[in-house]
Structure formats: C-alpha cells, structure tokens
Design a protein around this ligand. Structure first.
Ligand SMILES: [Zn+2]
Length: 165
C-alpha cells in the first residue's frame, strides 16, 4: 500500500516536472519569435521620453535619438550606441535580455547607452576606454543612470557599420 502511494507520488512529480519544462520551452519560444509585448514597449518609451526631457533640461539638446530593440546583437552586448559614417546616431537594446532583466535594461542599460549617444551628439566620438570617459560618466549620472562606472570592459559604442537591424 505504502509502495503504491510512493509510486503514484513519483509519477505525479514526473508529470508536473515535464509540464513545467514544456511550459518553459513554450514561453521561451514565444518570446523569441514574437515582438516584445506592449507592456515592455511602453516602459521603454516612457524611459526614452524621460531621457529626452532630462537631456533638454541639462544640456539644452533637443535631438531625437532612435531606440531600437534588436534580436541580432551578440550576447555580450546588452545595448550599444552607434554612430554611422553619415552621422546617424542610434541606440540598440538587446531583445534577449528583456525577458529576464527588464528593470536592468530600462534603468541601467538605456541611460548608459543614451550617455554614449549624447557624446556623439556633442561631436565626441573618442573610442578611448570604450567611450567610458569622465565626460561620459558625468552625462550618464545627469541622466540618473545606475550603471555609470568607467571601468567596464565592454565595447558598446560602435562607430561605422552595424548589422543589428
Ligand atoms: Zn558603455
């Protein structure tokens, strides 16, 4: 009798475990193959607007900087700021990190990249220390960025061509 109950118990555990796995696969598949959900898009837009207002208040800069969510970025990059040959300035955010690290992407990564983009707007395209100069840090802090440390080991500014579209 006890053994029979134990057997049923294990069968239930295995079934639940399998269901959970299938559910996780399904969720990941859905996330990968669909655009970001509206809720996340609205959060990005809200932060983007805040950054535009801060930029105008603190630097008197009105320039619109497009923010694009991309699924073609390498995994080591959470975000990037790009400056094309024709002078176009853009920000890219890595789509795959919006599933696990939504708040981090919006409150840390976006202001960090925005500060790089503003450096470009000011005509400063130095690649020294991956663009993490003292001036960049000050801009990042003025934008209420949470990840404005200068000693990060990531090349997240790209001057020239990108294939993140
Ligand atoms: Zn950076």
């Amino acid at each position: 009798m006890f053994l029979k109950k134990l057997k049923i118990f294990f069968i239930i555990v295995v079934i639940l475990g399998t269901l959970f796995l299938v559910y996780s696969w399904y969720k990941n598949y859905q996330f990968k193959n669909n655009p970001l959900n509206q809720n996340i898009v609205e959060k990005i837009n809200k932060k983007h607007k805040e950054l535009e207002i801060l930029t105008y208040q603190k630097f008197n800069i009105k320039r619109k900087i497009p923010v694009t969510v991309s699924d073609k970025m390498p995994s080591k990059l959470y975000g990037a700021a790009t400056f094309s040959k024709s002078g176009q300035i853009q920000i890219f955010l890595n789509k795959k990190y919006f599933q696990e690290s939504l708040e981090y992407m919006i409150d840390d990564v976006l202001p960090h990249e925005y500060a790089h983009a503003l450096m470009f707007v000011k005509g400063n395209t130095t690649n020294q220390k991956g663009g993490h100069t003292k001036e960049w840090q000050n801009i990042c802090k003025s934008l209420n960025g949470l990840r404005c440390d200068r000693f990060v080991n990531i090349d997240d500014i790209i001057i020239g061509k990108t294939n993140f579209f």
